[in-house]
Design a protein around this ligand. Structure first.
Ligand code: ADP
Length: 262
């Protein structure tokens, strides 16, 4: 009977434990939701004054040559670029909190992937050419149409290609769209190759973590938020795909968005 007693005690203890665990989980879920709502609200509130700062510094800067001397002009440009950086950070944070809260609205439809790649390329080409980089797009003759969310797809490709340009000082950046071989639903790859600084092997694991800026210690590190890849990978997952990469320090990187098949 002592066996029975201890079995009963075990059972009631387990019940108590399960109940406590459930309560803790509920508390955690509530705290998490509060955090997401807070972040979303804050991001929104912060953007309005920031846009005013960016707008007015822009106006002041345009009054060239105006009453500003070179030093003042330089300082004003710093104000502007800091504000822009902050805005980018806030926008990324808002996106991350939306994704984590499951609040991203995706609209799946038939999307012409080449059109998306071409749009991103058109938007980023001036930046690449401005740095003296060769910039090209490769795509098959036949259209590649996937059932996906156009905005998310565009944002991912924009982030990957933007990074490639940012972290490349000479050589080229290229965007390649291709259909992956295999039976079943069509699968596609959008790859961004660069001949940039690359990523040391020791940093490969942390690349997709939030706020990871593995080259930040380098002098002249281009500024960024360290959220772009984190966000892109989350979006890729929402699209049923993923981002993979290969990279060699000093040689360049290759980031692939793999989509479809699901
Ligand atoms: P960031 O806003 O800093 O670009 P990301 O999340 O997009 O943030 O990227 C994280 C880090 O990964 C970057 O700071 C950079 O160190 C590294 N990285 C990303 N893409 C490349 C690339 N194409 N070449 C070299 N390093 C890269």
């Amino acid at each position: 009977s002592s066996f029975v007693m201890s079995a009963i005690r075990d059972a009631s203890e387990r019940k108590r434990f399960e109940k406590a665990l459930q309560e803790k989980n509920q508390e955690l879920a509530n705290a998490n939701r509060a955090k997401d709502n807070f972040l979303a609200g804050m991001s929104h509130e912060l953007r309005t004054p920031l846009n005013a700062i960016i707008g007015f510094t822009g106006t002041l800067l345009m009054k060239l040559p105006g009453p500003l001397n070179d030093e003042q002009h330089k300082q004003l440009r710093t104000v502007q670029s800091s504000a822009r950086h902050l805005l980018a950070l806030i926008n990324d944070l808002l996106d991350v909190s939306k994704i984590e809260a499951g609040k991203v609205q995706l609209a799946f439809e038939a999307v012409d992937c080449q059109a998306v790649v071409d749009e991103v390329a058109a938007a980023l080409r001036p930046q690449a050419l401005g740095k003296g980089l060769a910039f090209d797009v490769h795509a098959p003759d036949a259209p590649v149409v996937l059932h996906t969310d156009r905005r998310a797809l565009s944002q991912i490709v924009f982030n990957l290609a933007g990074n490639a340009i940012k972290f490349t000082e000479q050589g080229h950046v290229s965007l390649t769209l291709r259909v992956l071989p295999g039976t079943g639903p069509q699968r596609a790859e959008i790859r961004v190759d660069d001949t940039g600084i690359g990523i040391p092997p020791a940093d490969h694991d942390k690349l997709f973590a939030a706020f990871s800026r593995v080259n930040a210690a380098r002098p002249n590190a281009p500024d960024g938020t360290g959220l772009g890849l984190h966000l892109s990978q989350k979006l890729a997952e929402l699209l049923g795909g993923k981002i993979v990469f290969t990279s060699e320090s000093g040689k360049g990187s290759s980031f692939s968005l793999l989509l479809g098949g699901g």
